[in-house]
Design a protein around this ligand. Structure first.
Ligand code: NAP
Length: 283
C-alpha cells in the first residue's frame, strides 16, 4: 500500500476504509474484517458513528498486527474542551480495544476546539496518539489553530470528490504541511455520480469502474481516500485502484466536473453550526 508521510514523519496509507452509517454492530464488524482481509490497513471511524465497539471487535478478531494498522477516530462536539476531550479519548480507545491511536481528529470546527487541541497535544506528547488532525476546518480556522497552539495538525479530513474538488484548499494545506484527506469520495452517490457520463467514459478507456476512476483520481492528487461500502465486491473493487494511471487529458476532464461547492451542506451556515453544535449523542 502506498503511504503519505505526515508532517511528524508518521506514514499513513493513502487508501483506507470508512465506516460512517454502518450502524448495525454485526454488519460493521463483518465489513471491517472483510476490509482487513482485502488488504485495507487504515480504518476510519468516529465516536459519533456509534460503531467504535464493533470496529474494536473486528480489530481484536483480526490477525493483522497492530503496528500494521492505522486507526482513526474522531472527537464529537459535545466533548469539546480540555477535560472532556481527555475523557472522550479514553472512552474511544477502550471501545476500540486499543492502547494507542494512530490519528485523532476533531470532528467539527465548533465549540472549545482550542481546549480540545491542548488535550490532544498532551495525549500526543504522552504517546497515546501518533498524529493529530481536524475535519471540516476551513483554512482560516486551521490558521487560528496553528497560530495559537504548539502542534500543527497533520491532517484535515474534508469533503472531496469530483463535484467538490477542493483544489485551493489543497494548495493551502500543502503550503502548511497538512495532509488532505477526502471524506465522501463518491459524494455518497449524490448528483448521480456513479452514472456520470464523463467518469463512465474515462472508466471505459481503462477498463475500470466509476468508483475506481474516482479513487485513482484522488490518490493521483495525493489525497488520502476512505471509501465506505457494505458489499464485499465493492470493498474489493475500491481497493484495486493502483494498477493504472489516469492521463493528463482525463484529469483535465474530471477537473471540469467541479461545482466548487459542497454536495451536502455548508459548515459555515449558521443553521448547520447550530444543528451540529447542539447535536447530543449517547456516547
Ligand atoms: P462515500 O464513500 O462517498 O459513499 C458511500 C456510498 O457509495 C454508499 O452508498 C456505498 O454503497 C456506495 N458505494 C461504495 N463503493 C461503491 C462502488 N464501488 N460502486 C457503487 N457504489 C459504491 O460516502 P461516506 O461513507 O460518507 O464517506 C466515506 C467515509 O468518510 C465515511 O465512511 C467516513 O469514514 C468518512 N466521513 C467523514 C466525515 C467527516 O465529517 N469527517 C463525513 C462523512 C464521511 P454500499 O455501502 O451499499 O456499497
Amino acid at each position: 500500500m502506498r503511504t503519505v508521510t505526515l508532517n511528524n514523519g508518521v506514514e499513513m496509507p493513502i487508501l483506507g476504509f470508512g465506516v460512517f452509517q454502518i450502524v448495525d454492530p454485526g454488519e460493521c464488524e463483518r465489513c471491517v474484517l472483510q476490509a482487513l482481509e482485502t488488504g485495507y490497513r487504515l480504518i476510519d471511524t468516529a465516536a459519533s458513528y456509534m460503531n467504535e465497539a464493533a470496529v474494536g471487535k473486528a480489530l481484536a478478531e483480526s490477525d493483522v498486527a497492530r503496528k500494521e494498522l492505522f486507526i482513526t477516530t474522531k472527537l464529537w462536539v459535545q466533548d469539546a474542551g480540555y477535560e472532556k476531550t481527555l475523557k472522550a479519548f479514553e472512552t474511544s480507545l477502550s471501545k476500540l480495544q486499543l492502547d494507542y491511536l494512530d490519528l485523532y481528529l476533531i470532528h467539527q470546527p465548533y465549540g472549545d476546539v482550542h481546549g480540545s487541541w491542548r488535550a490532544m497535544e498532551k495525549l500526543y506528547r504522552d504517546g497515546r496518539v501518533k498524529a493529530l488532525g481536524v475535519c471540516n476546518f476551513q483554512p482560516d480556522r486551521i490558521m487560528d489553530l496553528i497560530v495559537h497552539n504548539g502542534v500543527v495538525p497533520a491532517v484535515n479530513q474534508i469533503e472531496t470528490h469530483p463535484f467538490c474538488q477542493q483544489t485551493e484548499t489543497q494548495a493551502f494545506l500543502r503550503d502548511n504541511s497538512i495532509q488532505m484527506q477526502s471524506w465522501g469520495p463518491f459524494a455518497e452517490g449524490k448528483n448521480d455520480l456513479f452514472n456520470n457520463s464523463t467518469l463512465k467514459s474515462i472508466g471505459a478507456k481503462y477498463g475500470k469502474s466509476v468508483a475506481q476512476v474516482v479513487l485513482r483520481w484522488l490518490t493521483q492528487r495525493d489525497v488520502v481516500a476512505i471509501p465506505k461500502s457494505v458489499h464485499l465486491d465493492r470493498i474489493k473493487e475500491n481497493f484495486d485502484v493502483f494498477g493504472f494511471e489516469l492521463a493528463a487529458e482525463d484529469l483535465a476532464r474530471i477537473a471540469e466536473l467541479d461545482m466548487g461547492t459542497s454536495s451536502f451542506f455548508d459548515h459555515r451556515d449558521p443553521e448547520i453550526v447550530k444543528w451540529l453544535g447542539t447535536r447530543k449523542l449517547e456516547l
